[in-house]
Design a protein around this ligand. Sequence first.
Ligand SMILES: Cc1cc2nc3c(=O)[nH]c(=O)nc-3n(C[C@H](O)[C@H](O)[C@H](O)COP(=O)(O)OP(=O)(O)OC[C@H]3O[C@@H](n4cnc5c(N)ncnc54)[C@H](O)[C@@H]3O)c2cc1C
Length: 479
Amino acid sequence: MASDVDTAEPVYDYDLLVIGSGPGGHKAAIAAAKLGKKVAVAEKRNMMGGVCVNTGTIPSKTLREAVLYLTGFSQRDMYGPSYRVKSQITIADLLARCAHVVGREIEVVRNQLLRNRVDILTGTARFVDEHTVEVVGEARGERHVVSAANIVIATGTRPARPPQVQFDEEYVLDSDGVLALDRIPTTMVVVGAGVIGIEYASMFAALGTRVTVVEKRPQMLSFCDPEVVESLKFHLRDQGVTFRFGEEVERVEVTKKGTVTSLVSGKRIAADMVMYSAGRQGVTDELRLENTGLEADERGRLAVDKTYRTTVPHIFAVGDVIGFPALAATSMDQGRIAACHAFDEPVRDLQELQPIGIYTVPEISYCGRTEAELTAASVPYEVGMARYRELARGAICGDSYGMLKLLVSTEDRRLLGVHVFGTNATDLVHIGQAIMGCGGTVDYLVDTVLNYPTLSEAYKVAALDVTNKLRALETYSVE
Ligand SMILES: Cc1cc2nc3c(=O)[nH]c(=O)nc-3n(C[C@H](O)[C@H](O)[C@H](O)COP(=O)(O)OP(=O)(O)OC[C@H]3O[C@@H](n4cnc5c(N)ncnc54)[C@H](O)[C@@H]3O)c2cc1C
């Protein structure tokens, strides 16, 4: 017979302990606190807000904004190619803006946690057992051992560092190292044309750095619309970027003057520095997962089910540590949803339709399906195109290259995809996303009045374009 002690509910220090304060952890903690739960967040020193606030999304997007402003890049259509806001831009000019924004965002995250009575435990968390976590700080004696009924792992990722590459933070760096540069390079090699690599390549190109991108795949951003990617490549080449697709780096030599990158094909590229963007690795190695029975895969990632539960039912994992899509935007919602599941609070799954934003210069964004996907699935569609140069707002803001493309079902006129290239692409995409999410047709856009002059008008122009094509199809099809 079980004793009283056996049947009693175990008592924990916290209802929820979150490991990591990035977007996933932050939102999980707040959601649980809003449900009236006792919550703590463990985070390393000087990392409040996670990779997102300290080394990823926020500093990279702020750097981009600083580059666009100081170079006057987005105004050159209007004022000519020599237009500059500041003629000698220093790395300090760029990083000062980053420091300002990062500082503010850290305060916002910290304040939201404290305001919601979430305890902050500073240090590195590791499991003692599946309900107990030790958080060890850098200061002597800074150590907490806490227990929790539920735990959310939101420990994110760090840049993957190929073992054969000697990173020295000066000549050979990864995306974290860019934020500690002491100068703007004249020449640079970017290894890896994934989203982070190509975003930084385009920022440095806008600054006037001669960038060579080396990518072992035959193309880049293959998940995006090929027409949009072609436009981006055209623009980057125009800014002096050289692409080496289908090429692999054999070795990087560092001398007192700079670097020489040797490719397997025999080519050698001299550059002031080399930035590796070779993917990211889940940060699970410090967690002592073996004390929980959990195991990460070879890239440090954890497997979860639809409710973000790991194989240990009270331990959840959210954000980059669970892999695709590894975006701040998604991580936040994963955190919120995991917290609701932890406390049996009714919650809906995330909508499948999710936007992708790539903050290159110019930027790219899309939502829904690509032409290649629709063609492969034999879904008939028609394309509606709007060019910014035909929009009054395009002329006013000096963007003559932007475009918006709608993919519309020829069977029921529903929007199947929206692809945007150019100014404000990452904001504009949400109009299409909302219409698609509600199952809307292109007729909604035809019948809707949009503010004028705006870039949103591109939706109207593209909708009319596709409607004309659909009408022609109907007219020509009639016997
Ligand atoms: C250069 C760059 C640009 C990006 N740009 C964008 C963008 O434009 N848009 C977008 O949506 N996403 C972008 N991302 C991705 C985005 O930053 C991530 O998707 C997001 O930060 C993931 O959030 P997360 O909750 O998984 O935690 P993260 O932000 O990765 O933070 C994890 C936190 O966990 C902490 N931690 C780890 N282990 C422990 C431990 N044992 N104990 C205590 N704390 C621990 C870490 O210190 C860290 O602070 C970018 C990423 C990078 C690198």
